[in-house]
Design a protein around this ligand. Structure first.
Ligand code: SF4
Ligand code: FES
Length: 389
């Protein structure tokens, strides 16, 4: 008879659970779920070696184990600390942890620009969510923030280093998923930056996944930049027969336009299956995909604004008033509006008012941000505002 595996008992915020030895406190908390799960900005369960960089997952270990119930002297990173049998952990039940987390958020925001209104990641940004939930309303920082020029990392990805929080996820992704890393963290201390060696492009066929793992808007999809706000798009699960990856993706649609293709993410915001560049960047037509149905989003951020499942519609009363007759439409906006003649996903830049007023091919100033080139984007050609840091 197979020997029964000994499980460790761990208590997190007064909830006790049995987990296998070798489980981290963060993973144990994820098994419980809900509010006791510490936020994680750098840990990614699918990337080996990730975690331990951002400190957002700090918790208090009030009792180390049943054998040695002394508390740990300092707060610990829950993604990098394994449970012991009889361990007692405090997260949201300990005010000191919440206060420390506030400090971590303030620290992460020292150099991060508050450019959410023009950032493509807004609405699905982990740092945005984190600062709403755990941040304080001000900063004590008085010095000049560091800024960087935008850099085109090949045809598809743009690096906005000013927004990077140095979580290293993209570095591990390039190493472990794409298997061909040409970028990394260069320099030390407050000079650290994500960069490619002499501006090499990242052109491996799985490199697009670095966009999905980036918790902030530092790595963005050049085929989607400034095309739309994410909360105006509708996420739909779809698949195709792809020779390179398993072809299971999420389409972000506006009307019939596929504006963006990403990998599917789980409830922790982690990619379920890595997808290839062809699926991500080159398949922007509905006919390229078998649509499975609307995505069920678990996230509680503004990204859910486009939710359209389980909608409870108010009772239609017009027919009652009209004695059962259906009202006649005076004007069908869809048949007269020019908006429907515009193929947003085929425009090389953002649409302008002219695009909808007789010139469906007109695009904004980032028309020069065609998919070519690499290196410093000195002209700042992919921002509607050249002064955006
Ligand atoms: S670019 Fe994004 S994924 Fe890479 S280290 Fe910076 S924040 Fe992390
Ligand atoms: S998630 Fe644990 S240190 Fe970043």
């Amino acid at each position: 008879m197979a020997e029964e595996k000994k499980l460790f008992k761990v208590t997190i915020d007064n909830i006790t659970i049995d987990v296998e030895p070798g489980t981290s406190i963060l993973q144990a908390a994820r098994k419980i779920g809900g509010d006791v799960v510490p936020p994680a900005m750098c840990y990614y369960s699918k990337l080996q070696g990730s975690g331990g960089k951002c400190r957002t997952c700090l918790v208090k270990v009030a009792a180390g184990s049943a054998a040695d119930p002394r508390p740990m002297p300092k707060l610990v990173a829950s993604c990098r600390t394994n449970v012991m049998d009889g361990m007692v952990v405090e997260n949201i039940t300990n005010p000191a942890v919440l206060e420390a987390r506030k400090g971590v958020v303030e620290f992460l925001l020292l150099n991060h620009p508050l450019d959410c209104p023009v950032c493509d990641q807004a609405g699905e940004c982990d740092l945005q969510d984190l600062s709403y939930e755990h941040g304080s309303e001000g900063t004590r920082y008085e010095f000049k923030r560091r800024t960087f020029e935008r850099i085109d990392l090949g045809s598809y990805i743009q690096l906005h280093m000013t927004r990077c929080i140095l979580c290293y996820r993209c570095v591990y992704t390039a190493d472990q998923v794409a298997g061909n890393r040409e970028h990394g963290v260069l320099d030390r201390g407050d000079h650290s930056q994500i960069a490619t060696y002499i501006q090499n492009a990242l052109d491996n066929e799985f490199i697009g996944n670095v966009i999905d793992v980036c918790p902030v808007g530092a790595l963005t999809d050049r085929t989607f930049r400034f095309k739309n706000r994410v909360w105006f798009t509708k996420p739909v699960d779809a698949h195709r027969d792809c020779p390179t990856c398993n072809g299971k993706v999420r389409l972000w649609m506006r009307g019939d336009d596929v504006l963006r293709v990403t990998a599917r993410k789980d409830q922790w915001g982690e990619v379920e299956d890595w997808i290839c560049n062809e699926c991500r960047f080159e398949k922007k037509k509905v006919s390229d995909w078998e649509i499975e149905g609307p995505t069920k989003l678990d996230r509680h951020s503004v990204i859910n604004a486009g939710h359209y499942t389980n909608i409870v519609k108010p009772k239609e009363t017009i027919q009652d008033v009209l004695g059962g007759r259906t009202p006649k439409l005076m004007m069908d906006i869809h048949s007269v509006s020019e908006v429907n003649t515009v193929d947003l996903n085929e425009l090389p830049g953002p649409a302008t008012s002219k695009t909808f007023n007789g010139n469906p091919k007109d695009v904004g100033r980032n028309v020069t941000d065609v998919k070519e080139g690499k290196g410093r984007n000195l002209a700042g050609t992919d921002s509607t505002n050249p002064n955006t840091p």
